[in-house]
Design a protein around this ligand. Sequence first.
Ligand SMILES: [Zn+2]
Ligand SMILES: [Zn+2]
Length: 420
Amino acid sequence: MAPKKLKDIAHRRFDPLKGTWVLLASPQKNKRPRQGQREVVTASEKQAYDPNCYLCPGNTRANGIRNPEYTGTFAFENDFSTVRMDEGECHQHTPEIDVAPDLLRVEPVIGRCYVLTYSAIHHYNISDMTAQDVLCIVDAWTRIYSRYLSSDSPLRMSTTSADDHGPSSREETTLENTNLRYMHVFDNNGEIVGCSNTHPHGQIWITSSMPDGPSQEIAQMSRYRQYHGGRHMLQDYVRLEMDKEERIVWQNDGFLAVCPWWAVWPYEVLLLPKRQVRGLVDLSQTEKFQFSEAILQVAKLYDNLFETTFPYISALHQAPLNATEGELESSYLHMHFSPPLLFPSIKKFFGGYELYAEPTREITPETAAARLRHSGAQLLMSSCRSKAVGSQAQEEFMLIGSPGETLRSGETSSWWRQGL
Ligand SMILES: [Zn+2]
Ligand SMILES: [Zn+2]
């Protein structure tokens, strides 16, 4: 019997960043009619200012502090921070059992949590902005990162450009030599992923501990360097994807967006610089603009894909604030986008296999990349954002994707309507 192609069989793919596997379902699974809970993706009401929003300019937040009349980005310390600088001591009573210190391990965490609004306009999404607007967000991330870099970090040599920021940025950030360990930038974009306030904003948590996600990745990248004579995993991966051209979603001179070979979420995207960038402060002003342009284009492609405001979780990974020499050399800035939607109204769930065995996915990353690529960079949202999608007719929908699926440019923004 002739060997089958990957797209025709169940198989596992390895994620070298995490050192874990993802199981790609057999195409037979995808012929199953979809039933069960449907998410109604509702659009936010179009209002530039909401008097009840605690992020809008001039409004008073829950702790009584009034926001300034900002016009661009605005960063402030979260009024209900998950971690705080004034905690840190903890005493745990452990019984006289010799294994208790190993089995009941604990350590205190201190830090700061910031909220960063992306725009003064309440109903905006990143996809409504210009690359110049997004650059203000990247500049704000860079500025806060450079402030929290440890005093002896070699990255401090690269911080000149970070201090050059646009006039539209405002921050209420406390500056002190905190010697914190890691700055995690993330965005829970959309009610489906737990965001209760639709004002465009993201979060920045700076902690004394190294979180597991980036820690695992830096360890993997470090192992790769040792094994491959000092080469960088993600730089090699950029070259490989540019050579293969199977999973590219979008690119400019400085950045590449791909549905990674090991993607878990249906339309997961990994955004990578084409050269090694250890942290935001390594980016030149041109590269920061290229990065902003790439973030904007990914957001637009997502919105175009299902013709709705596309929910996603994104996160920026880079070098720790007080990186060791080895960690610094292994670090490679990148950004993850993990949207939960499989269809316009169907969310991917992590069930018993995904939670306790390994993640699974239904469509190949090659198919997801082709659909995103061909959804076109022109924003189609203006006429359809007010629509709530989630037709009952989609219950009959079958997954049709395969790496060989051919999509004609211009027709693909509604590919998911096929079969309705
Ligand atoms: Zn608002
Ligand atoms: Zn990462």
